[in-house]
Design a protein around this ligand. Structure first.
Ligand SMILES: *Cc1c(COP(=O)(O)O)cnc(C)c1O
Length: 235
């Protein structure tokens, strides 16, 4: 059985390349780890192949790109959309309409804005707090000290579900250096979880991309965000 895109249904003998790569990752990653397909610059057909292979979690970096894709995939009602790129305050309302998860909550100001805008939403939007554990000009996010100082205020955001941390190691680290970043993120999430918060849950660790997801899973990632390994290099 195949759909109109010529994609084979799961269980059929001929699988798409995307499906084969999804299977290969799933074989090395515990079933409890959520595999998010990062689909920035990925054509709709390839996204449908990922869907046919059982992926339901899709990650996009930009609100605008995701809008177009959601319109084209509106026949698939059980997709879960994750925002993984920096969010400007003026797109925050739109982002809440389109994404059930925001992994790139990267400042107190943005979190407070999202909390205001999310009033009355059910379910509450899920947020990961993006942390920056090494100096990195190219990235947003909290350094731990600053995060600790602002967590009490974040914990008062009754319209949000703060579920965990997100981290992206700087480009160009060795495997050992990358592992150290993931271990630190896991330790930070644990330490936060052990405090008594009203609302903050801190059970998710969004970390690991094509080049380093295996290291991230070893360190305790609960969500990996994989693009190129599934879909090939971006243009
Ligand atoms: C692009 C991107 C990914 C996926 O990266 P790949 O190297 O394609 O696996 C994951 N997380 C974030 C935040 C990204 O921007």
């Amino acid at each position: 059985m195949s759909n109109s895109f010529g994609v084979n249904a799961p269980g059929s003998s001929e699988k798409s390349g995307v499906a084969q790569r999804i299977d290969a990752i799933r074989q090395t990653v515990p079933p409890s780890v959520k595999l998010m397909a990062v689909t920035k610059q990925v054509p709709i057909e390839a996204m449908r192949e990922a869907y046919a292979a059982g992926v339901r979690d899709f990650g996009e970096s930009r609100v605008q790109d995701a809008m177009q894709k959601q319109a084209q995939l509106s026949d698939l009602s059980d997709l879960v959309w994750h925002l993984i790129g920096h969010l400007q305050s003026n797109k925050a309302a739109k982002a809440l309409d389109m994404f059930s998860w925001i992994h790139s909550a990267d400042s107190l100001k943005l979190v407070l804005r999202l909390n205001e805008l999310a009033e009355g939403r059910s379910p509450k939007p899920k947020l990961c707090l993006q942390v920056k554990l090494r100096p990195d000009e190219a990235k947003f996010g909290w350094q731990p000290e600053q995060l600790w100082a602002e967590l009490p205020e974040i914990d008062c955001c009754t319209n949000l579900d703060v579920v965990g941390l997100m981290v992206i190691p700087p480009y160009g680290l060795s495997a050992d250096e990358t592992r150290a970043v993931f271990d630190e993120a896991a330790k930070l999430a644990n330490t936060i979880r052990q405090q008594s918060w009203q609302l903050i849950r801190m059970t998710e660790l969004s970390m690991g991309m094509s080049m380093d997801y295996a290291l991230a899973v070893e360190a305790g990632a609960t969500i990996i965000r994989v693009g190129r390994t599934l879909f090939g290099d971006r243009p």
